[in-house]
Design a binder for this molecule. Structure first.
Ligand code: PLP
Length: 395
């Protein structure tokens, strides 16, 4: 694995060794169930309480507003299903955007099948939601607005604080999926004006299978999981103590180095983009150039399939993604790129490069040496490149 150049940090990140070290005792000597009342269990409960305080402080919340979950998917499902269930008397309408992660979109579709109404606000060519579109979509029977903080494919950062003002004025609950922003940009739940917020530890150098939901006090949301009384009766299931400890440690460490990491990643990402633009014909940036995550570069290349690029880069020991990792395996064009108005064939020819702590300038320069010949080889074999581009240029 040592020689791998990993450019897929939006998909997942390696667990920080310091995080792993903090987690390990909670698998072995500290194995007690935190719901028990003897000392062994109480020490696990105290570890969870400390983790809750750490996380709460980082996002300007109260510890009682933090609920540990199994990750982003569970938190997103809980936000939508829980909010509509608790407010069934008020109405059945929810608002989301066309570029949400599948964890939100599929849940919205599930709710639609069960009699709810969903409005998906569209985005502009850069992937930005217009807050005024959200305002216009709100109705007396709207029970929830769910708009992601930053998109996982193109990295566009949404105007969450502006939308938060609108939902507050309208008295409608507001959820944001902050899975891609936690540890990358500052998060303050009060400045953002959100009632619910999802996070997932494996996106910020923590363990997989650990996440959280911020739930503002007095927010009317039903539990998704029923069973024991864990998490103040709102999220049943024995606590994942090592995962919770790891999540808090990972967030603390990531936030501590956030500004430096963002500056370094921006520089590397910009070098990558300039290098690609200068060495490859017909390459375009997907997403917004400015309100964008520092580590994200999503490009489209005329005349090639994303999957072939991924496979050829993999043979060179380089890991990249052609869209959301959760849809890899399906050759459907990315719903996000289509929502940005990118034609189907160009969406297919898109590549997502997401940088992280392990990325060095040597990685970037190596990629810039290896990638253009791959593009040339694939274009030579491509009937679409020939038909749409090269032949036309020759004429
Ligand atoms: N939301 C976003 C924006 C994501 O990028 C992801 C994962 O890719 C998820 C939700 C799902 O999170 P998890 O993998 O923790 O279930």
């Amino acid at each position: 694995m040592e020689d791998v150049i990993y450019l897929d940090h939006a998909s997942t990140t390696p667990t920080d060794p310091e995080v792993l070290e903090a987690m390990l005792p909670w698998f072995t000597e500290g194995f007690g169930n935190p719901s028990t009342v003897y000392s062994l269990g109480l020490s696990s409960a105290r570890a969870i309480a400390r983790a809750r305080e750490t996380v709460a402080q980082i996002i300007s919340a109260e510890p009682e507003e933090i609920y540990f979950t199994s990750g982003g998917t569970e938190s997103d499902n809980w936000a939508l299903v829980g909010a509509v269930d608790a407010q069934s008397k008020k109405g059945k309408h929810i608002i989301t955007s066309s570029i949400e992660h599948h964890a939100v979109l599929e849940t919205a579709e599930y709710l639609e099948k069960h009699g709810h109404e969903v409005t998906k606000v569209s985005v502009d060519g850069g992937g930005l939601v217009d807050p005024e579109d959200v305002r216009r979509a709100i109705r007396p029977d709207t029970v929830l607005v769910s708009i992601m903080h930053a998109n996982n494919e193109v990295g566009t950062i949404e105007p969450i604080a502006e939308i938060g003002k609108i939902t507050r004025e309208a008295g409608v609950l507001f959820h944001t999926d902050a899975v891609q922003t936690a540890g990358k940009i500052p998060l303050d739940v009060n400045e953002l004006g959100v009632d619910m917020l999802s996070m997932s530890a494996h996106k910020f150098y923590g363990p997989k299978g650990a996440g959280l939901m911020y739930l503002r006090k007095k927010t009317r949301v039903s539990p998704l999981f029923h069973g024991g009384g864990q998490e103040r009766g709102r999220r049943a299931g024995t606590h994942n103590v090592p995962g919770i400890v790891g999540l808090a440690k990972a967030l603390e460490l990531t936030v501590g180095r956030m500004a430096d990491d963002a500056a370094r990643e921006t520089e590397l990402r910009d070098r990558l983009w300039v290098g690609l633009e200068s060495s490859i014909e017909a390459v375009y940036l997907n997403g917004h150039p400015t309100p964008r995550l520092a580590n994200n570069l999503n490009v489209r290349l005329d005349g090639i399939e994303g999957e072939s690029m991924i496979l050829m880069l993999d043979m060179e020991g380089i890991c990249v993604s052609s869209g959301s990792a959760c849809t890899t395996g399906s050759l459907e064009p990315s719903h996000v790129l289509l929502a940005l108005g990118i034609p189907k064939e160009n969406a297919h020819g898109s590549l997502r490069l997401t940088l992280g702590r392990s990325t060095t300038i040597e990685h970037v320069e190596h990629f810039l040496r290896v990638f253009p010949p791959i593009v040339n080889r694939l274009r030579e074999m491509s009937p679409i490149w020939c038909a749409n581009c090269a032949c036309k240029q020759r004429n």
